[in-house]
Write a protein that binds this ligand. Structure first.
Ligand code: C2E
Ligand code: CA
Ligand code: CA
Ligand code: CA
Length: 277
């Protein structure tokens, strides 16, 4: 039999190793980052193609590590979704958006900001309560908050449909993100309560090229016109792409041609300059 002291020492060592592994595992690290509120929002300007003005932004999350390093979302969003930590990250993003852009949104009711919504929140509608509470008393109109839902996020079609309908009834603007990369057919789209399509970068990349998918872009734009949906093109890098989109009647675009995603102050400065023109 071991003396009590030895048993306690073994238990203590075991617990310490377990805690250390939790802390050092990617999951443990992400959970710690959520507790320490290490997520910040960067804002990519959204440009009205007919005027060249900045009319809004997409809020894109970055993980700012204590050493100052910024981690790209594609490196942690999948794990955040798998572990459910995405809910807390989304809530921190909503808080950041209101803190960063609240005054600008109130000062200019035509300005909007788009927030990315994960599959689970689309299914349950949880995020709508968070938004309602966050917006209360701010003077920001619900139509200034756009919700971006990717087709790949439509795991639970019925739930998603109900959440989008409810969001829209509350005045939010709904955009289907990464449009064209999922498998939604025309009938499915017609049924969904949505306002806009965000055309995925892969369909913008091929504009003006001989790629076999370049005609798909035309079909997507025709479809959007048919359904009276606003179109936002993403990943616009070249002036020819912007010209083509403008001529095709696409209302809005974002991409490195105009600006990368910026920290809040830089975004607000960009917006001031690009509205005054
Ligand atoms: P997304 O929603 O399709 O966002 C657009 C991504 O394309 C962003 O990358 C943006 O920085 C990048 N991008 C924009 N314009 C250009 C361009 O002209 N050229 C190129 N090469 N890239 C461009 P980012 O910020 O790394 O975000 C990656 C993805 O992470 C997003 O794709 C979105 O799916 C996800 N994500 C970002 N923020 C959030 C968030 O707050 N919540 C959730 N659930 N997902 C998020
Ligand atoms: Ca998006
Ligand atoms: Ca997108
Ligand atoms: Ca995309």
């Amino acid at each position: 039999l071991l003396p009590l002291g030895a048993v306690l020492a073994i238990l203590f060592a075991g617990a310490s190793i377990w805690m250390l592994r939790q802390r050092l595992s990617p999951r443990g690290e992400l959970a710690a980052a959520v507790r320490q509120r290490e997520f910040v929002a960067h804002y990519q300007p959204i440009i009205e193609l007919s005027t060249g003005r900045c009319v809004g932004a997409e809020a894109l999350v970055r993980w700012r590590r204590p050493n100052g390093q910024l981690v790209r979302p594609d490196l942690f969003i999948p794990l955040a979704e798998e572990t459910g930590l995405i809910r807390a990250i989304t809530d921190q993003m909503i808080g950041a958006v209101i803190e960063d852009l609240g005054a600008a949104l109130v000062a200019d009711p035509r300005l909007h900001v788009a927030i990315n919504i994960c599959a689970e929140d689309l299914s349950t509608g949880r995020v709508l309560g968070v938004l309602e509470e966050a917006l209360a008393g701010t003077g920001i109109c619900s139509n200034q908050i756009w919700l971006e839902a990717t087709e790949r996020g439509f795991v639970d079609i019925e739930g998603t449909h109900a959440t989008l309908a409810k969001a829209r009834a509350r005045g939010h603007f709904i955009a289907i993100d990464d449009f064209g990369t999922g498998y939604s057919g025309l009938r499915y789209l017609q049924r969904l309560p949505i306002d806009a399509l965000k055309i995925d970068k892969s369909f913008i990349d091929v504009v003006g090229t001989e790629a076999p998918t370049s005609h798909v872009t035309e079909h997507i734009l025709a479809l959007a016109r048919e359904l009276h949906l606003t179109v936002v093109a993403e990943g616009v890098e070249r002036p020819e792409q912007a010209d083509y989109l403008r001529q095709s009647g696409v209302q809005m675009a974002q991409g490195w041609l105009f600006s990368r995603a910026l920290p809040a102050d830089a975004y607000l400065a960009f917006c001031r300059i690009n509205r005054a023109q």
